[in-house]
Write a protein that binds this ligand. Structure first.
Ligand code: HXC
Length: 517
């Protein structure tokens, strides 16, 4: 009869075997450079000692191509739960050393289990992806597994935060699970994402492109916007995810975390008094302004290199998490274009889904003109941003630092879209359009008839600027709650967040709206 010691011994041996993954050689090959194994990644991501593994001994059921003789415990994915700065999270980490981390029916079942636990228990789910795609030997069963995961991703969307890290290959339909999740982190040089790879592209279109150019971290974090973050290596990627989690609530019924801060909420920011250039055509760095007013100058920028004419990211005011959305006058003069509209709209909807207040800094001359933008549908895409602000019921605070013209005035969290607190600097210019454009239209005849058209235009432009390029017309109408000295920015935002902390607002009951996709 087996003794307890023998039973413990057996368990120990089985655990050891499972920990070996695809074996020493494959692990050695995988770990070239700074790549970590699936388990090392989880240990880096989670608080020390907090990881609890589930389904360690699960194996696949496939009999095709002698697969019945090739079974490896865990079947290419390590799943379970753990803590990040004390907060419960569910995790899965694909193990490339086991069948290339490929998605089998069994692997899908393991992932579905943690997804469902995350939803039931109201905790974020983080997926570390490193996989050759559908398990080729299994065929449609593997595809079914993927589709089941996609469905769970959609069900979990807006219920618990979902975060994806791409730490190796992610190709074909496999890209669609990460793309439904809220944030995608990629690792430079070692990860790539594409629907069809370089070989297929060459066959079909004769275009030659490398994997890195087609779908590497730089491509997706700058050109396509598919990835929100590009990390230097595995460790950097996992630490960034930990950092982001600190800003998020566990689920859609939870309040965002409130941290201790030694930064005085009523701190006056005197450097802002002369921060906005006197010449309104001169650019300045809106990120500098953000850093001057948030707690401890700490701003976690999302999508840093994509559509940099708008800035989005997380920060804190008096310890409270907020989502910051701001025009960047340094890039395209802060104009709204298609990419900026999509970037900000998705971020706003994330914040609204998870009860994170929005703090907006506005300096926007309007939507970017041109055939390129019109033909690609700026009308539809710009409407996404408008829609996202309009439907958001979280506290919305807006500070207009300088230009706020035309349609962009309406869109950027204006009073009319249920902005709660709308403030303006004395340098704000809130008008239907820029002065020069306006006089060219409404005074065309007068300018044409004048003996000196240039002088007449300059005079009329000056008159228009004096009348409209200020915050006071909007303030008279109550569209601006207060014109503030810039040094008061932090104080007013902190006071407003405190005032709005019990805000309750809702939208009419409906199945769902029809955002212009
Ligand atoms: C089964 C796979 C696999 C897969 C890799 N492996 N991908 N096994 N199904 N999809 C296995 C390999 O056989 C090998 O096993 C081990 O994983 C490591 O693979 P290598 O090719 O040696 O690694 P590497 O040279 O680094 O190349 C990685 C790779 C390549 C570029 C990802 O493996 C590859 O092209 N794989 C196939 C990609 C693919 O076409 N997937 C299916 C797409 S269809 P051994 O035993 O030798 O170590 C799809 C549809 C999803 O995914 C749709 C969802 C809706």
């Amino acid at each position: 009869m087996e003794t307890n010691i023998e039973r413990m011994d057996l368990l120990e041996k089985k655990n050891q075997k499972a920990f070996e993954g695809g074996g020493v050689d494959r692990v050695k090959k995988h770990k070239s450079g700074t790549r970590l194994t699936a388990r090392e990644r989880l240990h880096t991501l989670l608080d020390p000692g907090s990881f609890v593994e589930l389904d360690r001994f699960v194996t696949h059921r496939c009999q095709n191509f002698n697969m019945g003789e090739k079974k490896i415990d865990g079947d290419g994915v390590v799943t379970g739960f753990g803590r990040i700065n004390g907060k419960l999270v569910y995790v899965y980490s694909q193990d490339f050393t086991v069948f290339g981390g490929s998605m089998s029916r069994t692997q899908a079942n393991k992932i579905l289990k943690v997804q469902e636990m995350a939803m039931k228990n109201g905790a974020p789910i983080i997926g570390l992806n490193d996989s050759g795609g559908a398990r080729i030997q299994e065929g449609v069963e593997a595809l079914g597994g993927y589709a089941d995961i996609f469905l769970n991703n959609v069900m979990a969307s807006g219920v618990v935060p979902q975060i994806s890290a791409i730490m190796g290959p992610s190709a074909g339909g496999a890209v669609y699970s990460p793309s439904i999740t809220d944030f995608i982190f990629m690792v430079k040089d070692t990860s790539y994402m594409f629907v069809t790879g370089p070989d297929v592209i060459k066959t079909v279109t004769h275009e030659e492109v490398t994997k890195e150019e087609l779908g590497g971290a730089s491509t997706h974090s700058q050109k396509s916007g598919v990835a929100h973050f590009a990390a230097e290596d595995d460790k950097h990627c996992l630490l960034m995810i930990r950092e982001m989690l600190n800003f998020l609530p566990s689920n859609n019924m939870d309040d965002p975390p409130k941290m201790q801060t030694s930064d005085d909420p009523y701190r006056l920011v005197d450097e802002l008094t002369n921060f906005i250039p006197d010449n309104s055509r001169k650019p300045y760095d809106m990120k500098e302004l953000i850093k001057k007013v948030v707690d401890e100058s700490y701003f976690l920028e999302v999508h840093q290199n994509y559509a940099p004419n708008i800035i989005v990211g997380f920060a804190r005011f008096n310890g409270r998490s907020v989502g910051v959305v701001a025009n960047q006058p340094q890039v395209l003069a802060g104009c709204l274009n298609i990419d900026a509209s999509k970037k900000a709209a998705r971020f706003i909807r994330f914040c609204d889904a998870f009860n994170i207040p929005l703090v907006n800094f506005v300096d926007v001359p309007g939507f970017l003109p041109g055939t390129d933008q019109e033909w690609q549908g700026i009308i539809t895409h710009g409407a996404k941003l408008l829609y996202a602000y309009a439907e958001a019921t979280v506290p919305k605070i807006t500070v207009i630092t300088r230009k706020d013209y035309g349609g962009a005035y309406c869109v950027m969290s204006s009073k009319h879209l249920r902005g709660d607190v709308n403030l303006a600097f004395p340098s704000a210019e809130i008008a239907v359009m820029g002065a020069e454009g306006a006089v060219n239209i409404i005074f065309r005849d007068a300018i044409n008839k004048a003996s000196d058209a240039t002088e007449e235009r300059a005079k009329l432009t000056k008159d228009y600027e004096d009348k409209f390029n200020n915050p006071y017309v909007a303030a008279e109408l109550g569209y601006i709650d207060e014109v503030i000295e810039p040094s008061l920015t932090r104080k007013r935002i902190c006071e407003s967040l405190e005032m709005l902390k019990n805000k309750r607002d809702s939208n009419p009951p409906k199945k769902h709206g029809n955002i212009p996709l």
